[in-house]
Write a new protein. Structure first.
Length: 293
């Protein structure tokens, strides 16, 4: 008798154990429900005990199933990482998942420098706000916003946690060159419903002005807020590191020496692994050096 069951049956068991639903497992694996049932029965026959309890409203893990399920999940994860690592060593494509604002305002202007120093590595930016699944999405590294602690993930602080108010210098003159945030009684706030504004005014030690309750210009990204502010349409809150070029060109100024933070920062993240691919190591070293500058 074989010492291990067929890998297909193990994968099917893992899917059913996660979903506790044969139909959903079949959909995930692109199999028929009867094929899923057959593979589960095959595994139960191998073990000599039921892995699931058939109930009126679905299925539940049996005692044996509850014992085996977490070990199977870890084993399949280790297999995935092993083959991804082996494949990564033979491919020159580095896939980086990142958010729109970080990609366009910080990473895109700099990534050419990485490729100049590593001409054998091709880079693909996967710009998305969804939380990447390293096991399923084929991503090598990602930029995440948070507090730096995610299960099974190695993280490195990049920065970007602080934000401040910016505006075009001509707009600053137009509203009378207010000397402090307390003087912002008659101006346009870009993204007035953004939760960052109360935090910023609290950091300044003043109460948000009534003007903040007026309709303003709603935006979805810091990039768009910065564009509108640079065009002279009001005050915006941004991470200073995202608008360094606009500061250099005189399109934006920081009228008040007030910085605030939500406690979140940007991090480079990738899976904990015993063997990090060379291309990911090179990108890690490069981006941390860039962030340090």
């Amino acid at each position: 008798m074989a010492e291990t069951p067929p890998l297909q049956a193990v994968k099917v068991f893992d899917a059913v154990a996660r979903h506790l639903n044969f139909t959903k497992a079949a959909s995930e694996l692109n199999m028929t429900q009867s094929a899923v049932s057959y593979q589960v029965k095959l595994l139960e026959s191998f073990i000599g005990a039921p892995l699931f309890l058939r109930e009126a409203r679905g299925v539940a893990l049996s005692e044996h199933g509850r014992t085996v399920a977490p070990m199977v999940r870890r084993a399949l994860s280790d297999l995935t990482q092993a083959f991804q690592s082996a494949r990564a060593e033979t491919t020159n494509l580095l896939v980086i998942s990142t958010m729109q604002t970080f990609a366009s305002t910080w990473l895109a202007p700099r990534i050419g420098g990485f490729q100049m120093h590593n001409p054998d590595i091709a880079v693909r930016l996967d710009v998305s706000s969804h939380l990447v699944d390293f096991e399923r999405d084929g991503v090598d590294a990602a930029i995440r916003s948070g507090k730096g602690s995610w299960p099974g993930i190695k993280s490195h602080l990049i920065g970007g946690g602080n934000f401040t108010a910016v505006c075009n210098p001509l707009y600053y003159e137009r509203i009378g060159k207010p000397k402090s945030p307390a003087d912002l009684t008659d101006c346009i706030f870009i993204g007035p419903r953004d939760e960052w504004w109360p935090i910023w005014f609290a950091a300044a030690g003043v109460k948000p002005p009534a003007a903040l309750a007026r309709p303003g210009i709603d935006v979805e990204t810091q990039q768009m807020a910065a564009v509108l502010a640079a065009a002279g349409h009001g005050l915006a809150l941004v991470h200073p590191g995202f608008v360094t070029q606009e500061f250099k060109e005189g399109k934006l100024i920081q009228p008040f020496d007030v910085m605030a933070s939500t406690g979140f920062n940007y991090y480079l993240v990738y899976p904990h692994t015993n063997r990090l691919p060379r291309k990911t190591q090179l990108f890690r070293d490069w981006i941390l050096a860039e962030a340090g500058q």
